[in-house]
Design a binder for this molecule. Structure first.
Ligand code: AMP
Length: 512
């Protein structure tokens, strides 16, 4: 019988010459043999705990090669990996541990005290530490164990990971992803983006999230390609390593920050073949500025924790990558846009994005009702995103099979009974003189139910005038869409993945 364990599938892509470098940090190199042996030691340690099938391993550690090895070891041992954002503090982690009831918690030494407390409350019997300098009890315990391990057999429906959604609205939910979900998506992206073993991936994303852990790391591992492993985006390091790389993946902020450095240009990108952006919308301005500066066209894709990747702009030809769109449904993935009645929306019309495919998760951990609510009767997952195929007004500029995301349905503003899509207003505001970027939210209004409020960041050195901006927008859009207030601030609040935290804005600017 074929082993569907994700690790076993990734391993098939490792290069025949296992002495080649798999992971490189500014100071250390790890060969493919090292990956195999170190993940075997760790898997032996996990196996020695004799945990029941389906046991969870919750991990909140800083990014390091060993953190990735722990993920691989968890897969090999047939356990369920549960990464936690390193920004979460005790009260948040308490919730995740109580909800997930992991059998093992791995944390940094710095957090050991409160993490042990939280683990105890959740009934977790094992706690280990792992620091980003290769110290901690986990590696000490694993170091003496055998360097070979027979990867445990798993079926496609067996759980591989639980990813807690960022929960900017309501309680965070644990999305359960199976080996089959992750394998299918890794294989599709391998083909679609033309991964090869000569690639070098500049890996600067966090690995507690789908983008860095699944999209980026699986891509390189499955291709037998080297990864340059940096803990985070650091512009000096990025400029130093880009000339040695062929692929980079980033959230839009990474591209904005690269462009903000006047030194960044074509020379850094001479060996690059692919820049991928996702997790949050890439501004058309960033897309165009990047193309002018480097000669490269950023490929934007769309996905989420519950589904891994759903759509992508084409790999070839580069000219078919269109700004403001997230491209076509990936092979094997079905995407539809429906109106309020669940009927297909016409091209150019905004509706609810729903998806289906082997990549779509198995449900929310211990939330059968929530899971039931989020799937339609005919088996489509409601992404919670609003989007459209083709162009608004169908001017033909965007082909009908290209999807554009206009925002979360929860961010939709209903003002005086009319729908207002924040993205439409944000795009218009961004075109005004002196505007760098903007976010539009709905706030309670006594007459209209909700009113549109904009929060705008000026370009460096520009002064913005609220009344003038409102007057300019009145010329271009219906009155109900025009913001009642425009607040000018220095920077938009974003989470670790570069998403604008609209809940924070609603709280701060909720009163008119
Ligand atoms: P997460 O589960 O944290 O990855 O968040 C997924 C959400 O991020 C999606 O449902 C979208 O709202 C948003 N998202 C991801 N990629 C894009 C993109 N390329 N453009 C716009 N929104 C995106």
């Amino acid at each position: 019988m074929r082993n569907h364990n994700l690790y076993a599938v990734l391993e098939q892509g490792f290069p025949p010459d296992r002495s080649r470098i798999a992971i490189q940090t500014p100071t250390l190199c790890y060969s493919w043999d090292d990956i195999d042996r170190a993940s075997a030691c760790l898997a032996n340690l996990l196996a020695s705990l004799e945990l029941p099938i389906g046991a969870r391993v919750a991990v909140q550690v800083e990014k390091s090669p060993e953190a990735l090895l722990l993920y691989l070891a968890t897969l090999r041992a047939g356990l369920v990996y549960l990464p936690l954002n390193t920004a979460y503090r005790e009260a948040e982690v308490e919730y995740f541990l109580r909800n997930a009831e992991p059998a093992l918690v791995v944390c940094t030494e710095e957090n050991l005290e409160w993490m042990s407390r939280a683990a105890r409350h959740a009934g977790t019997s094992h706690v280990h530490t792992l620091n980003d300098d290769r110290s901690g009890s986990l590696l000490q315990a694993a170091g003496a164990l055998p360097q070979v391990f027979q990867t445990v057999e798993r079926g496609p429906d067996d759980l591989a990971a639980i990813l807690y959604t960022s929960g900017t609205t309501g309680r965070s939910k644990g999305a359960m992803l199976s080996h089959g979900n992750l394998v299918s998506n890794a294989q599709v992206l391998h083909e679609y983006w033309g991964w090869r073993d000569t690639d070098v991936l500049l890996h600067m994303l966090p690995i507690f999230h789908v983008h860095g852990l699944f999209v980026a790391a699986h891509g390189a591992l499955m291709a037998g390609a080297r990864m340059i492993w940096l803990p985070r985006l650091d512009i000096e390091q990025a400029l130093a390593w880009l000339p040695h790389s062929t692929v980079m993946m980033g959230v839009p902020t990474y591209y904005v920050r690269l462009l903000a450095d006047p030194r960044f240009g074509r020379a850094h990108c001479a060996s690059m073949r692919l820049f991928v952006s996702g997790s949050a919308p890439l501004l058309t301005e960033t897309f165009e500025q990047f193309r002018r500066r480097t000669g490269h066209t950023i490929l934007e894709r769309y996905g989420m924790s519950e589904t891994v990747m759903l759509t992508s702009n084409p790999y070839r030809p580069e000219s078919a990558r269109l700004p403001g769109t997230v491209g076509r449904a990936l092979p094997g993935v079905s995407v539809r846009v429906v109106d309020e009645a669940g009927q297909p929306a016409a091209p150019g019309q905004v509706g609810h994005v729903q998806v289906r495919g082997p990549n779509v998760f198995c449900g929310y951990w211990r939330m059968p009702e929530k899971t039931h609510e989020e799937f339609t009767a005919d088996g489509w997952f409601r992404t919670g995103d609003m989007g459209m195929f083709g162009s608004p007004g169908q001017d033909g500029r965007v082909p009908d099979d290209y999807l554009s995301i206009v925002g979360r349905s929860k961010d939709l503003i209903i003002s005086g009974g009319f729908n207002v899509y924040p993205k439409e207003i944000e795009s218009l505001i961004d075109e005004l003189d002196g505007v760098d970027e903007s976010a539009v939210v709905g706030v309670p209004h006594p007459d209209f139910g909700e009113a549109v409020v904009a929060v705008v960041v000026p370009r460096h050195g520009c002064v913005l005038d609220e009344a003038a901006m409102i007057a300019a927008l009145k010329q271009r859009i219906a009155n109900f869409k025009v913001p009642k207030r425009v607040h000018v601030i220095d920077a938009l609040p974003r989470n670790a993945m570069g998403k604008v935290q609209k809940n924070v804005l609603r709280q701060a600017y909720g009163r008119l």
